[in-house]
Design a protein around this ligand. Structure first.
Ligand SMILES: [Zn+2]
Length: 367
């Protein structure tokens, strides 16, 4: 599975002499082949293992990492509590980890693919859950299993110009509880800059934008960054204004996180929540910045001569038909870009007589 001498294969592919040879970011390289989905483990190093849990979505897997720390193994992210997932974990425990100890479960953020089995695993091993404060309580406060659309949500979608007849379909974002095992009733709080409680060569970096207080684990000595969804190699992470926090500016926090991740050296191996481990954090940060810049351009061009709603802009940004779930992600992401531009003076926003926010290019210049 593992290509021998990952570092030198990276150097061949990137065609640079080393990370200090140039100030321009090295291209991305991918030194590991994917594991079979399920209990097949890949040794990233003798002390870091990687496997994949299947997911019943277009994005069909989530990466799980096992880090050897004091006293045993730390599980980083869990997969969702879908049929067959607990069995895969039991195969890992009775196979590759046979006779080994698990000392904790760390969830990078609260999304179900990363946290769904946290309760099951912490209970099975009687070990702590390591997570940031906002991620823990965001999940506990998530209004799941809604049957009717609350007025606050209805107003949010009205302001976005979302078709009234599709309102019931927005409840798709509140149907995840069957994929989450009962949450642990306590947790150990992760905070920016803190040493990881059971492995002090790992430091916590807190990012934002995709979720409120997303934890990344960084070991400068090992040259490894466990990035969760905060830095993915091929897909752009969803950054959305959420119906539960409609005045939010998540893209502002996302860019601040990217600034931070742009400092990660090129010879650090990034272990992402989805996709393949890769070298080239700085290049990936550049690509993501330019992805959002392109989105800004499409929005600004569309709003140069017309006043458009967020829903109308979604049609411009995502021309092909979307599933109910993807439509919610697309709308949230569009609103994040709009909020960013309005806050910084690129767009003006006016509430029209129908209760719909309409956006138009502003005369003010952007910062
Ligand atoms: Zn994810």
């Amino acid at each position: 599975m593992l290509r021998p001498n990952a570092t030198s294969s990276r150097t061949e592919e990137s065609n640079v002499e080393g990370p200090e040879a140039s100030t321009s970011p090295a291209p991305l390289s991918f030194p590991y082949h994917p594991p079979q989905t399920g209990a097949g483990l890949v040794d990233i190093t003798p002390e870091i293992k990687w496997f994949r849990m299947p997911m019943p979505y277009a994005l069909d897997h989530v990466n799980i990492y096992l880090l050897r720390v004091e006293g045993g193994w730390l599980i980083v992210d869990t997969g969702l509590d879908a049929p067959g997932a607990r069995e895969i974990w039991e195969e890992v425990f009775s196979g590759p980890l046979r006779g080994e100890n698990v000392v904790g479960v760390c969830c990078t953020h609260y999304h179900v693919d990363h946290l769904g089995l946290a309760g099951y695993l912490t209970e099975r091993w009687r070990v702590p859950l390591f997570i940031t404060y906002e991620e823990y309580f965001t999940l506990l406060g998530w209004p799941d299993n809604l049957e009717e659309v609350p007025w606050q949500h209805a107003q949010f979608f009205q302001r976005a110009g979302f078709p009234q007849e599709l309102l019931q379909q927005t409840l798709v974002m509140f149907r995840f509880s069957s994929f989450i095992s009962p949450m642990p009733l306590s947790f150990v709080r992760l905070q920016e800059g803190c040493a990881f409680p059971v492995g002090d060569d790992w430091r916590v970096i807190v990012g934002g934008g995709h979720s409120p207080e997303h934890a990344l684990l960084y070991s400068a000595d090992r040259k490894i960054l466990v990035s969760g969804d905060q830095l993915l190699p091929t897909i752009s992470t969803n950054v959305s204004v959420s119906v539960t926090n409609p005045e939010d500016d998540p893209l502002g926090r996302w860019f601040a996180s990217l600034d931070r991740l742009a400092e990660i050296p090129d010879d650090v191996l990034v272990l992402p929540g989805h996709g393949l481990p890769f070298f080239g954090a700085r290049r990936r940060v550049e690509e993501l910045r330019s992805h959002h810049e392109q989105r800004f351009q499409v929005i600004l061009e569309a709003c140069a001569t017309r006043e458009l709603s967020a829903y109308e802009l979604v049609q411009a940004l995502y021309p092909s038909p979307l599933s109910d779930f993807d439509l919610q992600l697309a709308l949230g992401e569009c609103l994040a870009h709009l909020r960013y531009l309005v806050t910084r003076g690129g767009l003006a926003c006016r509430l029209d007589g129908y209760g719909v926010n309409r956006y138009r290019c502003s005369q003010e210049r952007m910062d």
